[in-house]
Design a protein around this ligand. Structure first.
Ligand code: UDP
Ligand code: MG
Length: 329
């Protein structure tokens, strides 16, 4: 077992006042048992990242920290920056004061009991431990269908992600340092972490139902998440456009030969429907192609501006590392 045992849990929270107390309670119990088993150090903390919530989330985080600063810390973002950025904000804040960090959703869908196995795997020398859902029994058919379709589509489109792995994972300090070198604004952590490399493994857990509150990922957000994932990690859609253009050119040559033949056969008044159909079809294809190219141009636009991905308004944390961190602000 390694000596480096400070574990920071990073938990992004957006309007999670209904679940926060329960999550905090369960995580604290887990920490107590991990500390008593000698798997993690006493300086380990649970960091809730408030992602610009409109409800009492931040107030609850403050109270938790004031009551039990040895367990709970908090990061308050200046505004809502989205799940991925909130996770990154947490990770980048703790990267120099922890030995390992686990990211987990606030809604208790990720199995807290899987944390033991993650930490054990870390002590066995793994730098990244992916939490993979073994079953989706609690998800509705629709969610399961769209989510599993998402992973398959991502793969076809050339963005390699770990199948059925969301953002429940352990990363070592070393990996966090490397992650900080990736400066992209269009953040898609699931695609990034496998790129970093190092020894990694998977552990399996059953995904539970949301404890309370409702999903902050409606279909529309999920779709844009998928498009973002694909266009951030692969240029395959651009290659598909080229292939489509090539196929269309071949078809048009065939059509041209056909047209000329028909004309010389003296049947040229025919052809109104074929003309109209091809105008609509080609028009549609061109718009689609332009849209895909536009998606990449938009990405480049966002990247060249290099705006900060999140802004931290406040970091409340108690520990031996307190002073070191406060210097940052
Ligand atoms: N979340 C966030 N910022 C957002 C949206 C969501 O920090 O803008 C957090 C949310 O509080 C939760 C996690 O991200 O802890 C995952 O969100 P959710 O459970 O709604 O997604 P689902 O599990 O339904 O895909
Ligand atoms: Mg959830």
């Amino acid at each position: 077992m390694t000596e480096d045992k400070i574990l920071y849990m990073v938990v992004p929270c957006y309007n999670e006042e209904e679940v926060l107390h329960e999550t905090a309670k369960r995580l604290k119990e887990k920490y107590i048992s991990l500390i008593s088993r000698g798997l993690i150090d006493q300086q380990s903390r649970i960091v809730f990242v408030n992602d610009g919530s409109k409800d009492k989330t931040w107030q609850i985080i403050r109270e938790l920290h004031e009551k039990e600063p040895n367990f709970f810390s908090g990061i308050n973002l200046a505004r809502n920056s989205g799940h991925q950025n909130a996770v990154l904000a947490g990770l980048m804040t703790v990267k120099d004061i922890c030995d390992m960090a686990i990211t987990m959703d606030a809604d208790l869908q990720d199995d807290i009991n899987a944390i033991d196995a993650m930490v054990e795997k870390y002590h066995e020398g793994n730098q990244v431990v992916y939490g993979v859902r073994s079953a989706r029994r609690t998800d509705t058919f629709f969610k399961r269908f769209t989510a599993e379709g998402f992973y398959k589509f991502m793969k076809i489109m050339g963005a390699d992600v770990v199948y059925n792995h969301a953002d429940f994972r352990l990363m070592s300090r070393r990996v966090l340092q490397e992650l900080s070198e990736y400066r992209e604004v269009n953040l898609f952590l699931r695609g990034l972490v496998p790129l970093i490399g190092f020894q990694s493994c998977e552990i399996y857990y059953e995904r539970a139902e949301r404890f309370a509150g409702e999903s902050k990922y409606p279909l529309k957000k999920m779709l844009s998440f998928a498009i973002n994932g694909i266009t951030s990690f692969s240029t395959k859609p651009l290659k598909l456009i080229t292939a489509m253009g090539f196929i269309m050119s071949v078809i048009s040559i065939i059509a041209m030969i056909w047209t000329v033949t028909v004309k010389f056969a003296g049947m040229s008044e025919l052809g109104w429907s074929s003309t109209v159909c091809s105008i609509w079809f080609i028009g549609g294809l061109q718009l689609l192609a332009l849209g895909i190219i536009g998606e990449y141009v938009g990405k480049i636009y966002a990247e060249v501006k290099q705006r900060p991905r999140y802004t931290i308004a406040e970091f409340i944390n108690k520990g031996e590392n307190e002073r070191k961190i406060n210097k940052l602000f």
